[in-house]
Design a protein around this ligand. Structure first.
Ligand SMILES: [Fe+2]
Ligand SMILES: [Fe+2]
Length: 279
């Protein structure tokens, strides 16, 4: 007789936005320990574009994340700020680059991750075009991947989309474009958690930005004094990652299976401040 999994407690997917520098990696470690102690976590996806000193990512910082239990890393406009990223993208399919970068860009912009339970999670990494550097159309790029999975019979059980973008309007438009075709669409890049988590009419969960994991008392990760000086004087100021208390922001997705079909039953915003590193 088949086991009725609909009576099982929820499994959880942890979605983390931009992780900023060493304080961000510490916040990630503390945050993941906390959510793992309270829930059954089956998959964790993190945006890694600011992992290394706030600018880009490298082998060391990526390995640190995987050692903490991270399953996949999405990226954004800071992807190539550090050396060695081309190698990283070519050898590790868990690190994604924005799908709608040039077709000639190394690496993949989407991936399907098969978990121990057999659950297959698809992740698509898009980047916006409003107030950002030029890239291909994120709307048709997403369509192509979804159609490709469908036509090849590979469509995953759950699909998550990271839309790395500046403009809330563009992200919300993408929410409607993909509504009912993906399970969750969430934004990254602004480093500020928004309070608009909801289920769209077609059934997809939507959040404009997951928010920063990094130094709490900062201007999107940067030492406030440096940021203020630049804004007030127009003179470029040296870039310094702030320190002090650690902020961890996440989106938690509670998933379950009914009659062989997986879905997100529940979604919650998560935000926690931890004492300064070592305190
Ligand atoms: Fe960022
Ligand atoms: Fe970004």
């Amino acid at each position: 007789m088949p086991v009725d999994l609909s009576t099982e407690p929820l499994s959880w997917i942890v979605v983390v936005g931009d992780v900023f520098g060493r304080p961000g990696r510490s916040a990630l470690s503390l945050g993941l320990k906390k959510v793992t102690s309270e829930r059954n976590i089956v998959f964790t996806v993190v945006n890694g574009e600011n992992l290394a000193g706030g600018k880009g990512l490298n082998e060391k910082t990526v390995s640190e994340c995987f050692d903490m239990g991270v399953s996949a890393i999405t990226t954004g406009n800071h992807l190539f700020d550090q050396k060695g990223v081309v190698d990283l993208l070519q050898k590790d399919g868990r690190v994604l680059r924005p799908l709608n970068f040039s077709r000639l860009c190394p690496g993949a912009g989407s991936g399907i991750f098969t978990l121990e339970s057999g659950l297959r999670v698809g992740v698509i990494n898009l980047i916006g075009r409003v107030f950002m550097a030029p890239s291909d159309c994120p709307f048709s790029a997403a369509d192509e991947v979804l159609d490709g999975w469908k036509s090849q019979g590979l469509f995953p059980d759950l699909v998550l989309v990271d839309f790395h973008g500046e403009a809330s309007g563009e992200k919300r438009a993408m929410g409607f474009h993909l509504d009912g075709r993906v399970d969750a669409l969430y934004g990254t890049h602004t480093h500020v958690q928004t309070n608009d988590l909801e289920r769209f009419p077609g059934g997809s969960w939507y959040l404009t930005d997951v928010g920063l994991s990094g130094p709490h008392w900062s201007v999107i990760g940067v030492e406030p004094e440096m940021a203020l000086s630049k804004y007030r004087t127009h003179v470029p100021a040296p870039f310094k990652v702030a320190d002090g208390e650690l902020l961890f922001c996440a989106l938690l997705l509670g998933v379950s299976v009914k009659q062989g079909r997986w879905s997100i039953e529940k979604a919650e915003l998560f935000r926690e401040v931890f004492p300064k590193d070592g305190d």
